[in-house]
Ligand binder design. Structure first.
Ligand code: PRP
Length: 209
């Protein structure tokens, strides 16, 4: 990706090291319970795959796909289910696995939605959190890394569906998304969305500009 990458924020070995720590913690916490991991597509694919493989407990996995709508790149908390769970989570111990909690609006909606289905327990694991962007309080039981407000890509996180397969978390060079040299926003991100009156899906995983 060359010049599109500003810097490597979290290299592969740090990602895997932290995921191993989270896996050990989750193994210990759920030692006597049967756990269902719920990955939120698409961003959580990498962390879900590596977390599940780093765990020793036999877990089950299911997936949800949701679409967060907002004006331009900002999440509004208006969420649509694109793919629901295949399984019934009534009386089950559920751990939601997310790539990033940015404003927290998506997860806040998702937690309320899943809670209404009557799980025995419901917790959240998020690889990344941006505390400075938080608009709602979310109880994240397992956090990989707290990061600043940079636009992050890689390891599941995209910019306009690109860069998800990078093996590290990097920051996107401002020129790619029209930001100024200091990272301040100079244009609206979502391609073709600047003039749209309808709410538009955001162009990048959990990133607000
Ligand atoms: C990302 C991320 C979270 C959400 C976080 O998903 O995976 O679900 O945004 O943002 P929030 O805390 O501000 O609500 P996105 O809608 O970009 O979809 P993707 O995972 O398919 O890239």
């Amino acid at each position: 990706m060359g010049a599109d990458l500003a810097e490597v924020l979290i290299p592969p070995d740090r990602l895997q090291g932290r995921i191993a720590e989270l896996a050990a913690q989750i193994d210990a916490d759920y030692a006597d319970r049967e756990l269902l991991l719920v990955g939120v597509l698409k961003g959580a694919v990498m962390v879900m795959a590596d977390l599940a493989r780093a765990m020793r407990l036999p877990v089950q996995m299911d997936w949800m796909a949701v679409s967060s709508y907002g004006s331009g790149t900002k999440s509004s908390g208006v969420v649509r289910i694109l793919k629901d769970l295949d399984c019934d989570i009534t009386d089950r111990h559920v751990l939601v696995v997310e790539d990033i909690v940015d404003s927290g609006l998506t997860l806040s909606w998702l937690v309320r939605n899943l809670q209404s289905r009557g799980p025995a327990s419901l917790q959240v694991c998020a690889l990344l959190r941006k505390p400075s962007a938080a608009r709602v309080d979310i109880d994240v039981a397992y956090t990989g890394f707290d990061i600043g407000d940079a636009f992050v890509i890689g390891y599941g996180l995209d910019y306009a569906e690109r860069y998800r397969n990078l093996p590290f978390i990097g920051t996107l060079a401002p020129h790619v998304y029209g930001g100024g040299p200091d990272g301040t926003e100079t244009t609206t991100l979502a391609a073709g969305a600047a003039a749209a009156e309808e709410p538009v899906p955001r162009g990048a995983s959990g990133n607000t500009l």
